[in-house]
Design a protein around this ligand. Structure first.
Ligand SMILES: Nc1ncnc2c1ncn2[C@@H]1O[C@H](COP(=O)(O)OP(=O)(O)OP(=O)(O)O)[C@@H](O)[C@H]1O
Length: 317
């Protein structure tokens, strides 16, 4: 079995009367990506702050890189890197100077080489000597992550690393994360983007009202929500009635003139189903194959119906 990079047991934290973490347990194997998800205010940053020694827990045990976060703060700090929601970048310094500062703080003897390599890796060479205040949001995030990597920490905490980034910059960050993991780094990721967790995480945990309400691989979590189905919309009520008689077990919506049929989206059986409707001259207006994604898992576990939205694939009119 792989050793644990992070192990958390019975973790509790309250602010006054407000219980934020109500006894949570999880384990992150070394060299994997663990993603903590939860609605706004669920306690993700609180968890990261406890794991990174910035905040004391009320109860529970937390080991990071094999060290207890309350008694071995120094050892934990030397094993981790943290990229927060609010970048640590100093705007009045250049990219190179920001990196150099971190290298000096960590007493790296090969500071210059490390800084040059990181500027190259993050494609920041051309902007290296410009003030960070002139950087775009994406460049600033890259610099922030580069600063986190100075000294090669074993475990990196990324608290919403791509919030506000455009899709291209987000993908660049994802590929950097994948490279880090390939090199054996452990990543603890919090994100608002479920696609990001789906893309990167080996394990996902969903935090809601102080507890972890689900844990598993993205695939395991997706299997917990109702499965793939076909949504069929008809032209008239009599078409809807006729199709419901033919198809058997369906969920119907008379206002929308739609039927939902459990379906794996496999083309051959889809074609057979459409042919059956056609043979009966049933007037189908449109159909969509819908597969569950992490958004569905998140919404069903955290009951965030306000952000519910359909995600249709393969819409045919
Ligand atoms: N220092 C503090 N004093 C009092 N309450 C706090 C403090 N820090 C956080 N909280 C409260 O604790 C809860 C959890 O906050 P936290 O920032 O950990 O959530 P989060 O999951 O990271 O949210 P977001 O996704 O919005 O960043 C929130 O209700 C927040 O208002």
């Amino acid at each position: 079995m792989r050793r644990s990079a992070v192990s958390v047991s019975g973790l509790r934290k309250s602010y006054g009367d407000k219980v934020v973490l109500d006894g949570i347990d999880f384990d992150v194997p070394a060299g994997s990506v663990f993603s903590l998800l939860g609605p706004n205010g669920a306690g993700k940053t609180t968890t990261v702050n406890i794991l990174t020694t910035l905040l004391r827990a009320d109860a529970g045990t937390v080991h990071v890189a094999g060290h207890d976060v309350t008694t071995a703060t120094r050892q934990v700090r030397s094993a981790i890197g943290v990229t927060g929601q609010f970048a640590a970048v100093d705007e009045l310094l250049s990219g190179r100077e920001n990196l150099r500062l971190v290298a000096d703080l960590k007493h790296l003897r090969t500071g210059d080489t490390v800084v040059t390599r990181l500027l190259e890796r993050f494609d920041l060479v051309a902007a290296a000597d410009k003030l960070a205040s002139t950087y775009s949001g994406g460049m600033r995030r890259k610099l922030d992550l580069a600063m986190t990597l100075v000294g090669n920490p074993d475990i990196i905490f990324l608290d919403e690393p791509t919030t506000g980034l455009d899709p291209r910059s987000r993908r660049t960050m994802w590929s950097i994360v994948r490279e880090l993991v390939a090199d054996g780094t452990t990543i603890f990721l919090t994100t608002q983007y479920l696609e990001e967790a789906d893309q990167l995480a080996d394990q996902v945990a969903v935090l809601n009202e102080g507890r972890l309400v689900a844990q598993g691989t993205p695939e395991q979590l997706k299997r917990q929500v109702p499965g793939a189905h076909l949504q069929l919309r008809f032209a008239e009520v009599h078409d809807l009635d006729a199709a419901a008689r033919i198809l058997g077990t369906v969920t119907r919506d008379d206002d929308e003139l739609t039927l939902q049929v459990p379906h794996d989206g496999e083309p051959r059986s889809l074609l057979a189903l459409l042919n059956r409707l056609d043979e009966q001259s049933i007037n189908l207006r449109e159909f969509a194959v819908r597969t569950p994604d992490l958004d569905d898992v998140f919404l069903s576990l955290t009951e965030h119906s306000a952000t519910s939205r359909p995600r249709e694939e393969a819409i045919v009119r």
